[in-house]
Design a protein around this ligand. Structure first.
Ligand SMILES: O=C([O-])C(=O)C[C@H](O)[C@@H](O)C(=O)[O-]
Ligand SMILES: [Mg+2]
Length: 419
């Protein structure tokens, strides 16, 4: 089962004006779709970021992988590593923490690894979770992902989600998602308004949803004293406090002084960060993400390390499409120590997708693990072409929440800590 051909297709889809500490989401979100084919006629799918610097690396790697067996992940990793050399690709938005050479490599490797697992599953007639140790759950819980947001991108008609610029707006947004998807956990993306305003919003959500598991994530927008203050005010209200402040040392200081665990998808983003994070007790919950932790197998290894060192585990999400949701669901199904509902941006995608409908659905806040072979999702080639045309036409080649925000608020500063 040798790789014979790889097709790499950047796509763009509509994204609402979601606010965060870096600025605001642009009207188009980018992804890259990877199709790997083998000499015996099988094909598999992977999905990754669409930013041009990353896409360029993915394309370069794709040119080097022909002839490698889809079972030989170490050989694949070594071949991708050769194309990366010592390069480090940085994200402009900075929402997933520091860029390192290892993270650059793991991000480029991930979609190829997922596509090879898809192929291997198809060859065996088995779902991908069976290749990761087999399922320990048949449905994966996800959380509602609330954002402060404008009613529309400036100059455009209102979107279907409405504005959310205060607690009432967030409660209405949560109701919309809870009613449609059945979510039992609710995450608020903070770092947008002063911390006390966001604390009050979380307390209002607690009143409106007394049984929901709650959490807030300001992406490092707060200083150590502010983080401690927020943590104490939200004692007993949230399950964990996500990336209140930047850097392991500051996180460790906060962790020692607040009653709930700290979670991160920003200060522990590669294996090389784990020893110090564990030594310093900086985080209690690791939010993994196979898109930058080197694919699904490496993510199961990360899960094992978390279990060994007493870290709880859940999953981070950026804007994504159905191939990623399928991969996240297979992975989470095969991880025994998943401790919280995973993040997903899926509801914000508003049914735009590159996969055919049917295989992925939400029921009671969870996605049943697709049962078909491989990832269990099928590429919708017409949708892929249409979304590729959108990519070519939209003019966005890099996610840049800050520059987009500055077109409306020229003095906007993404500097963190802000409060
Ligand atoms: O820290 C996080 O959870 C994220 O970075 C998730 C997303 O990137 C989110 O912040 C966004 O898209 O604005
Ligand atoms: Mg986060």
């Amino acid at each position: 089962m040798l790789i014979s051909d790889i097709r790499v297709t950047p796509v763009a889809f509509r994204d609402p004006p979601l606010l965060n500490a870096a600025g605001v989401h642009q009207p188009w979100a980018l992804r890259t779709i990877v199709e790997v084919r083998t000499d015996d006629g099988l094909s598999g799918l992977g999905e990754t970021y669409g930013d041009l610097a990353h896409l360029t690396k993915v394309r370069a790697a794709a040119r080097r992988l022909a002839g490698i067996d889809v079972h030989h992940h170490h050989a694949l990793y070594a071949a991708v590593a050769q194309t990366i050399g010592g390069d480090v690709v940085t994200d402009r938005h900075g929402l997933t923490g520091v860029a390192t050479r290892e993270k650059t490599l793991d991000r480029v490797f991930s979609p190829f690894e997922v596509a090879c697992l898809d192929i291997r599953g198809k060859a065996l007639g088995r779902p991908v979770c069976d290749l990761l140790g087999g399922p320990v759950r048949d449905r994966v819980p996800y959380s509602a992902y609330l954002f402060y947001k404008w009613a529309a991108h400036p100059g455009e008609p209102a979107d279907e989600f409405g504005a959310a610029l205060d607690a009432d707006g967030l409660i209405a947004q949560a109701r919309m998602f809870v009613e449609e998807y059945g979510f039992r956990s609710i995450k608020l993306k903070g770092g947008v308004f002063p911390p006390d305003v966001e604390v009050d919003a979380v307390l209002a959500l607690r009143e409106a949803f007394p049984d929901a598991a709650l959490r807030i994530d300001p992406n490092g927008a707060w200083s150590v004293p502010t983080s401690i203050d927020v943590g104490r005010k939200l004692a007993g209200t949230i399950d964990y406090l996500e990336d209140p402040t930047l850097g392991l040392a500051a996180m460790a200081e906060v962790a020692a002084r607040v009653p709930m665990p700290l979670a991160t998808n920003m200060c522990v983003v590669t294996f090389e960060h784990l020893p110090a994070a564990i030594r310093d007790g900086a985080v209690g919950v690791l939010l993994s993400d196979h898109h930058y932790w080197g694919g699904l197998v490496r993510s199961t290894q990360l899960a094992r390390l978390c279990a060994t060192f007493g870290l709880r585990l859940s999953m981070h999400s950026n804007s994504h499409l159905g191939i990623s949701l399928a991969a996240m669901t297979h992975l989470a199904a095969a991880v025994p120590n998943l401790a919280h509902a995973c993040d997903t941006h899926t509801p914000w995608q508003a049914r735009q997708d590159v996969v055919k409908p049917g295989a992925l659905r939400f029921a009671d806040g969870a996605v049943p693990v697709p049962s078909g072979p491989g990832l269990g999702v099928e590429l919708d080639r017409d949708a892929l072409e249409a979304m590729h045309e959108q990519y070519l036409a939209c003019g966005v080649t890099e996610r840049d929440d800050t520059s987009y925000m500055r077109t409306f608020q020229p003095d906007f500063s993404p500097v963190r800590p802000r409060w």
